[in-house]
Design a protein around this ligand. Structure first.
Ligand code: DGL
Length: 272
């Protein structure tokens, strides 16, 4: 029997536009679902704030989406996941899927080189991340690379911009690229500048993000709870047409919504 909750939208949140890179992957995996996306731009960036502040902002974001009526939540932010996912899961009855730097897939590549993890200072300081490193440290050398300030630049200019290139040049000038086999993008914003990161590190180094894994994980979580919108028999339209409602904290509402829609369109997704 169909679960009536299956018709509800999926809630997705991030501090800004980074979570759109995750949403795009989810729409490609689950083209018949509806979404509500919350960008907490008023409090962006999360990654340089105190742990308790980000935990409380993440719980507030979840509360906001939950009041709209959602069947599941995706915390499309590594920083928020690293400090708040356990509390959120305890507080809400729906499936909650989070993000973590994709260290596991990087280790599973089986290369002998170092794994560089680009993420926000808070993600890299968190207990959750340090447990992840501890778990894999006998299999690979994992090198954290905090990128304070990068989220702000991406929010200002996510398309190829000089500021991004200059930031990355400065960042990588202190990194010994010798012996690095992969770079993990441990912040959903960085996926939006993957091209610039490839230009910086060269095409021999594998760049890994957790977006596909999160989309697959969400599909499984919905399936387990009979919450999947069962329209898989139909062929999805190309370009994909997605039903997304956007909610933005702060004043820049219209500008932000246009940016979010543009980013989805770059991925072949039209918001209807
Ligand atoms: N997209 C968030 C993440 O994945 C960015 C955090 C921030 O606002 O600093 O970590």
């Amino acid at each position: 029997m169909e679960n009536p909750g299956a018709k509800l939208p999926i809630g997705v949140f991030d501090s800004g536009i980074g979570g759109i890179s995750v949403l795009a992957e989810i729409i490609k995996t689950l083209p018949y679902e509806e979404f509500v996306y919350f960008a907490d731009i008023l409090h962006s960036p999360y990654g340089t704030k105190q742990e308790n502040v980000v935990r409380s902002l993440s719980i507030k974001a979840t509360e906001f989406l939950s009041l709209l009526g959602i069947k599941s939540l995706v915390v499309a932010c590594n920083t928020a996941t690293s400090v708040a996912i356990q509390e959120i899961r305890k507080m809400y009855p729906f499936p909650v899927v989070g993000m973590e730097p994709a260290v596991k897939p990087a280790v599973e590549l089986g290369s002998t080189g170092k794994i560089l993890v680009m993420a926000t200072p808070l993600t890299l300081k968190s207990k959750k991340f340090n447990e992840l490193v501890y778990h894999y440290k006998h299999l690979a050398e994992i090198v954290p690379l905090p990128c304070a300030g990068l989220v702000e630049i991406i929010e200002r200019d996510h398309s190829q911009g000089q500021e991004i290139t200059e930031y990355l040049s400065r960042l990588f000038s202190s990194v010994n690229k010798e012996g690095i086999s992969s770079v993990v993008l441990g912040c959903t914003h960085y996926v939006l500048i993957k091209k610039e990161i490839v230009n910086m590190v060269g095409s021999k180094i594998v760049i890994i993000d957790g977006n596909c894994g999160t989309a697959r994980h969400l599909r499984k979580a919905l399936q387990n709870e009979c919450l999947l919108n069962d329209e898989t028999a139909k062929e999805p339209h190309i370009p994909l047409r997605a039903k997304v409602r956007f909610y933005i904290s702060g004043d820049e509402r219209e500008v932000m919504i246009t940016k979010c829609k543009q980013l989805l369109q770059n991925e072949g997704i039209i918001c209807g």
